[in-house]
Design a protein around this ligand. Structure first.
Ligand SMILES: Cc1ncc(COP(=O)(O)O)c(C=O)c1O
Length: 416
């Protein structure tokens, strides 16, 4: 049976792809793709990319329809900030559209070095190293630090890039219950006697739940047994903490996290990622992180945009404040109608609906009303925990937050 439904609007994706097949002949590749895609459809988790149009911001055109965007990671709305855009233009004009090589060959431009110095200062760490994406940072840093005979102690809900980094490292992975310090301590005690090295990996803000890791407790207990801590703060960077330094700042341990990973493509409004930590860590990564060594360097436009965004995070704190206020308002409006966004305490607000179809149907009904909050299914979240993932921005108006809350309440009260 072909699964169909609200998650598959428009033409059937496979029919669409058939237009590109070779003269009607089914190749082995087509057979394999059909089989795997058929299984994905049977499970009801077929994915389709929506097409967005317009300037990155709180209002965009999604699949031809103008909507308010509550689904992105441009939380502070810096991606279209005139100074950020101007910096990107200047970067391309002064340096060209590409870095022209990997950092270790011809791509190590003065702007990369400047960005890294500024990142190190911003996060009050001795050094920083830019990566092309957060995904590449995680799959680079984990194998650089642990391997066979070592253990990665990992929160149960860590991002896929941490899991993939551990696969590349071929280390043992021992998982502790999500956000649970007791479970973490138990796992740590169990693996310490047998492990050569231990790397503890946590997300700062969990990307699908919006809750925050108990960073201070984890760092303290890890350091008691000489374990290293990797904090993936993809979603906390720029947003959390008094000065936007992220989850570690909010927890009062900014200087104590051994390996701080953050992205430049979310709240920073550019593209790329970084690792901040000791000067030795930087040297180690330059010499061993394969996703750093064997990949072209970030384009100068992206680098210059990120540098200006870092300054704006300091000079425009109202963006963090407005984002927090928008999230508080939405959370309260939904709670007043019995709609929970638990366990979120941040700018990522999940409304867990459970079933895939119910979730994707709610997503479509919201789009019809002019609001885009993405429905998320397995494997991005555990089976049976499909959800709407709502991410307000700093620049949504109060009335727009209220409009979204009303639309969600309306959609839920008219479910059949
Ligand atoms: C927790 C977490 N880590 C890492 C990443 C990967 O970052 P990037 O999109 O820069 O590859 C993401 C991306 O969504 C994330 O949510």
């Amino acid at each position: 049976m072909k699964a169909s439904g609200p998650d598959l609007p428009g033409p059937e994706p496979l029919d669409e792809l058939d237009r590109y097949d070779r003269q009607g002949r089914r190749s082995p590749l087509d057979e394999i793709a059909d089989q795997i895609l058929g299984e994905i459809r049977e499970r009801g988790t077929y994915r389709r990319m929506r097409v967005l149009d317009g300037l990155q911001g709180p209002r965009m055109v999604v699949d031809g329809r103008e909507v308010l965007l509550f689904a992105g990671s441009n939380y502070l709305d810096l991606a279209r900030h005139p100074e950020v855009v101007e910096a990107a233009v200047r970067g391309a004009r002064d340096w060209g559209a590409a870095a022209g090589g990997s950092r270790l060959i011809t791509g190590n431009l003065q702007v990369h070095v400047a960005l890294e110095e500024e990142l190190a200062n911003f996060f009050e760490r001795p050094a920083a190293l830019a990566f092309n994406t957060g995904y590449m940072a995680n799959v680079g840093v984990i194998p650089a630090l642990v391997g066979p005979g070592d253990v990665l102690v990992s929160d149960a809900l860590n991002h896929a890039s941490i899991i993939d980094g551990a696969r590349l490292a071929r280390c043992e992975v021992v998982v502790f219950r999500h956000g649970d310090v007791e479970s973490f301590a138990e796992v740590l005690g169990r693996v310490r006697p047998k492990a050569r090295r231990i790397l503890v990996a946590i997300d700062g803000v969990y990307s699908m739940d919006g809750d925050v890791a108990p960073v201070a407790e984890i760092v303290k207990r890890a350091h008691e047994v000489d374990a290293m801590v990797l904090l993936d703060d993809a979603h906390g960077t720029g947003v959390l903490g008094k000065r936007g330094r992220g989850t570690a700042e909010a927890a009062g341990v900014l200087g104590e996290v051994d390996i701080l990973m953050g992205t430049l493509g979310k709240s920073i409004g550019s593209f790329g990622a970084f690792i901040a930590g000791s000067a030795r860590l930087r040297e180690l990564l330059v010499n061993t992180a394969r996703s750093f060594i064997f990949s072209c360097a970030l384009a100068p436009a992206q680098v210059e945009a990120a540098r200006v965004s870092l300054r704006l995070i300091d000079s425009e704190p109202w963006r963090r404040e407005r984002l927090a206020e928008n999230c508080r308002r939405l959370r309260q409006r939904l709670a007043a109608s019995g709609i929970s966004t638990s366990p979120s305490t941040t700018h990522i607000l999940p409304v867990v609906l459970g079933e895939n179809e119910r979730t994707m149907s709610a997503c479509e009904r919201l789009l019809e009303r002019g609001y885009y909050a993405q429905g998320i299914r397995h494997p991005s979240v555990p089976r049976g925990k499909a959800r709407l993932r709502i991410t307000p921005m700093a620049t949504h108006e109060e009335s727009e937050i209220d409009g979204l809350a009303d639309a969600i309440i309306d959609v839920f009260s008219n479910e059949n």
